[in-house]
Design a protein around this ligand. Structure first.
Ligand SMILES: O=C[C@H](O)COP(=O)(O)O
Length: 253
């Protein structure tokens, strides 16, 4: 089944207002040159509205980097899915490894966020991936299976159309240590097989599974040549319009 790849930039806690608007405009221009690929940027919360305005008329989707699972209330610093939706966003990241490691997001927390994102009419990009020591001890598939089963609890097959999976080996994030295409493909194939077992062949064939971890303009073509890699979640290289533009306009092999 043909899946449309998703190239998503995760700007993390970077850019100021002027930089965010300029980068969004540049990404939009790059995306206009691309075909057969979806593009999105997940931006710092204060810049959701100006970036939305900068993207107007183009085809780049807008995403937030996190959300709370409650609608409203005494949760200082948090933002709700209704807020995110109300400013015209399409996506929300859930379970990014930095949220898990720095802010203590558990799989149960991630699951509550995923369910809230879907209930709010948004698409969830569920991030999963193993630590270096977990890979070294042969736990990669088990870690991914646990993060999938717990993160997707209560998500039925019909809801899967609004889920994107981002496989990001934690040891490859921001380190320059990209997984080789072979290593990435092996885990992506495992993840797709997990969906066959736990959902259906139809769901497995349709689900977009991005790779993330030091994706750049030099390695994107080889990664995208892998059968089960359906795009990328890009950190550092998404902050440079020329690099992210090259990623969006990857060369199909
Ligand atoms: O969300 C993006 C990932 O954390 C990858 O970041 P990176 O491309 O800087 O390694």
């Amino acid at each position: 089944m043909a899946r449309t790849p998703l190239m998503a930039g995760n700007w993390k806690m970077n850019t100021d207002l002027d930089e965010a608007v300029a980068l969004a405009k540049a990404v939009s221009a790059e995306a206009d040159k691309a075909s057969g690929v979806d593009v999105a940027v997940c931006v710092p919360s204060p810049f959701l509205i100006p970036v939305k305005e900068a993207l107007a008329g183009g085809k780049v989707g807008l995403g937030a980097q996190d959300c709370h699972w409650e609608d409203a209330g005494a949760f200082t610093g948090a933002i709700s899915t209704s807020m995110i939706k109300s400013v015209g966003s399409d996506y929300v990241l859930a379970g990014h490894s930095e949220r898990r490691a720095v802010f203590g997001d558990s799989d149960a927390d991630v699951n509550k966020k995923v369910l809230k994102i879907l209930a709010g009419g948004l698409k969830a990009i569920l991030c999963i991936g193993e630590l270096k020591e977990e890979r070294e001890s042969g736990e990669t598939f088990n870690v991914c299976a646990t993060q999938l089963s717990e993160g997707l609890a209560g998500v039925d097959a019909a809801m899967m159309k609004d889920i994107v999976i981002a496989y990001e080996p934690v040891w490859a994030i921001g380190t320059g240590l990209t997984a080789t295409p072979e290593v990435a493909q092996e885990t992506h194939a495992y993840i797709r097989s997990w969906f066959v077992e736990n959902y259906s062949q139809e769901v497995a064939d349709a689900v977009v599974i991005q790779y993330g971890g030091s994706v750049n303009d030099n390695n994107v073509d080889d990664l995208m040549a892998c059968a089960d890699i359906d795009g990328a979640l890009v950190g550092g290289a998404s902050l440079k319009a020329d690099s992210f533009g090259r990623i969006v306009n990857y060369v199909k092999k």
